[in-house]
Design a protein around this ligand. Structure first.
Ligand code: GDP
Length: 418
C-alpha cells in the first residue's frame, strides 16, 4: 500500500511554487528588458535637444543592469546544505532524496570538502573544482569517489558534481544540495558559513538517532542563526532503523530526542516560535532503507529486496516522505522570498527610473512643440501684416498712377486744345 515515490511528471510538488515563480519573474524581466531596449534605440534617434547624451546613456545602463539580473535569475536555485558529524548519513540522505547513488558513502569515503550536487542542462555528468573550469568526466559513484580521493583540496573548498536531471526530480526542479565535511573534522565554521551558507534556503542537520545532539552540531547552528535571520532548519534523526533492535525503549527514546530537538529549535536557537511547528521540523528516518527501497523501485523489484526489514520499515519510509513534503514546501517558499524579493525591488526601481526619463523627454518635447506653435502664430501674424502693407502700398500706387494718368490726360487734352 505504500510506494516510495512521486512520479517524475508530478506537477503537484510544492517545488513548483518556485519553478513557476521563476518562470513568471523571468518573463516579466524579459518584457522590461525589451521595452528598455526599444526606448534606448528610440532615444538614440531623437534630436539631441530632446534626449541629451546623458539620458540616452542612463537608459543604456538600465538595459545592461536588466541583462545582468536576467543572467542571475536564470541561475537562481533552491539551495539546501546538509550538516552533521561524519558517518551520521549525510551522503545517504542526499542520495535517498535524489533517488540515485550519486555521492559515495560509507567508511573510507568521508567527504572532506563541500560537495555540491546540481542538475546538468545537457544530460552530462561531470565534476568541477573551485580553481578550474575543467569538466572532469564522472559516470559513476566509483569514479566520483576516486576523483574525490585524488583531489587535494581544503575542507572549505567546493566541488560541484553536475548530474543529469532526468532521474532526479529535485535536480530537475532547480534544487541544489550541498554536502559538508563532518562537523567533527576541525571545522572553520566562520569560513564555512561565509562561503557556503549565507545563500542557503534550508539547512538539514543529519543527527545520529543512536546518540544525542552533540555540542559541535549545536554550536554550528548557533553561529548560523547569529548570521542569518531565522534560518530554516530540519533535524533528521537518522539510523532510526537501529532503534528497532530495542523496541522496549523505542517510544521513550523517540520522545526524548524529539523533546531535545524541539527545545533546541524553539528555546535555544529561537528560530521557530511554537513547539507544534518545531515538531514538523524533526523526523525519525533511515536514509539507508529509503535509498535501497527507491533503487529497488526503479529496478522494478519488490521495494524491500535486500533490506533487513526491521520492525517499522514502512513507518520510517512514510516519515521520510513526510520530511520531503515539509522540506519541499519550506525550501520553495523561502527561495521565492529570498531570491526574488531583491530582484523585484531592483526591477521596480529601474522601471520607475526609465519611466521618469521618458516622461521628462515627453515634457521637453511638448514644451518645444508649444514654443514652435507660438512661433508659427507670430509668423503668420507677420505675414498678414506684410500682406496688409502690400495691399496698402499697391492701392496707393494704383491711385498715384491713376492720378498721374489723369494729369497726363488733362495735360494732353489741354495741349491739343491749345
Ligand atoms: P556521512 O559521512 O554523514 O556522509 O555518512 P554516510 O552517508 O557516508 O553513511 C555512513 C555509513 O552509515 C554508511 O555505511 C551508510 O550505509 C550507513 N548509514 C547511513 N544511513 C543509515 C541508516 O539510516 N541506517 C543504517 N543502519 N546505516 C546507515
Amino acid at each position: 500500500h505504500l510506494t516510495t515515490s512521486r512520479t517524475l511528471s508530478n506537477t503537484a510538488s510544492p517545488l513548483q511554487i518556485f519553478v513557476r515563480a521563476k518562470k513568471k519573474i523571468n518573463d516579466i524581466f524579459a518584457d522590461i528588458e525589451s521595452y528598455s531596449e526599444e526606448s534606448f534605440y528610440f532615444l538614440e534617434e531623437l534630436p539631441k535637444n530632446l534626449a541629451n547624451k546623458g539620458t540616452v546613456e542612463e537608459i543604456g545602463t538600465y538595459v545592461k543592469k536588466l541583462q545582468a539580473i536576467r543572467y542571475v535569475l536564470s541561475r537562481d536555485h533552491m539551495k539546501c546544505v546538509f550538516f552533521g558529524r561524519t558517518s551520521n548519513g549525510k551522503s545517504s540522505v542526499i542520495n535517498a532524496m535524489l533517488r540515485e547513488k550519486i555521492l559515495p558513502s560509507g567508511i573510507g569515503h568521508t567527504t572532506n570538502c563541500f560537495l555540491q550536487v546540481e542538475g546538468s542542462e545537457n544530460g552530462d555528468s561531470y565534476l568541477i573544482t573551485e580553481d578550474s573550469d575543467e569538466k572532469q568526466n564522472v559516470k559513476s559513484v566509483a569514479q566520483l569517489a576516486h576523483a574525490l580521493c585524488t583531489e587535494k583540496i581544503g575542507c572549505s573548498a567546493l566541488m560541484r558534481v553536475v548530474w543529469p536531471k532526468d532521474k532526479c526530480p529535485l535536480l530537475r526542479d532547480d534544487v541544489v544540495f550541498v554536502d559538508s565535511p563532518g562537523i567533527d573534522v576541525s571545522p572553520n565554521l566562520d569560513e564555512w558559513i561565509d562561503k557556503h551558507c549565507v545563500d542557503a534556503d534550508v539547512f538539514v542537520l543529519v543527527a545520529n538517532a543512536e546518540s544525542t545532539l552533540m555540542l559541535t552540531e549545536k554550536n554550528f547552528f548557533h553561529k548560523v542563526s547569529s548570521r542569518l535571520s531565522k534560518p530554516n532548519i530540519f533535524i533528521l534523526n537518522n539510523r532510526w532503523d537501529a532503534s528497532a533492535n530495542e523496541p522496549e525503549y523505542l517510544e521513550e527514546v523517540k520522545k526524548q530526542h524529539l523533546q531535545r530537538s524541539v527545545d533546541f529549535l524553539v528555546n535555544e536557537l529561537k528560530v521557530i516560535s511554537s513547539k507544534e511547528e518545531a515538531e514538523n521540523r524533526v523526523f525519525f528516518v533511515s536514509a539507508k532503507e529509503v535509498l535501497q527501497a527507491r533503487l529497488n523501485e526503479q529496478k522494478k523489484v519488490p521495494i524491500h529486496s535486500g533490506i533487513a526489514m526491521t520492525e517499522g520499515f514502512f513507518g520510517r519510509l512514510h516519515e521520510f516522505e513526510n520530511f520531503e513534503k515539509q522540506f519541499e514546501e519550506c525550501i520553495s517558499r523561502s527561495a521565492v522570498r529570498t531570491k526574488f524579493d531583491h530582484h523585484t525591488s531592483r526591477g521596480k526601481l529601474i522601471v520607475s527610473n526609465i519611466r521618469m526619463c521618458m516622461e521628462n523627454i515627453r515634457e521637453t518635447s511638448l514644451k518645444k512643440s508649444e514654443e514652435l506653435q507660438g512661433q508659427k502664430v507670430e509668423l503668420s501674424r507677420a505675414i498678414e501684416e506684410t500682406e496688409r502693407q502690400m495691399l496698402l502700398v499697391t492701392k496707393e500706387a494704383k491711385n498715384r498712377i491713376r492720378n498721374m494718368v489723369e494729369e497726363v490726360e488733362i495735360k494732353v487734352s489741354k495741349a491739343l486744345s491749345e
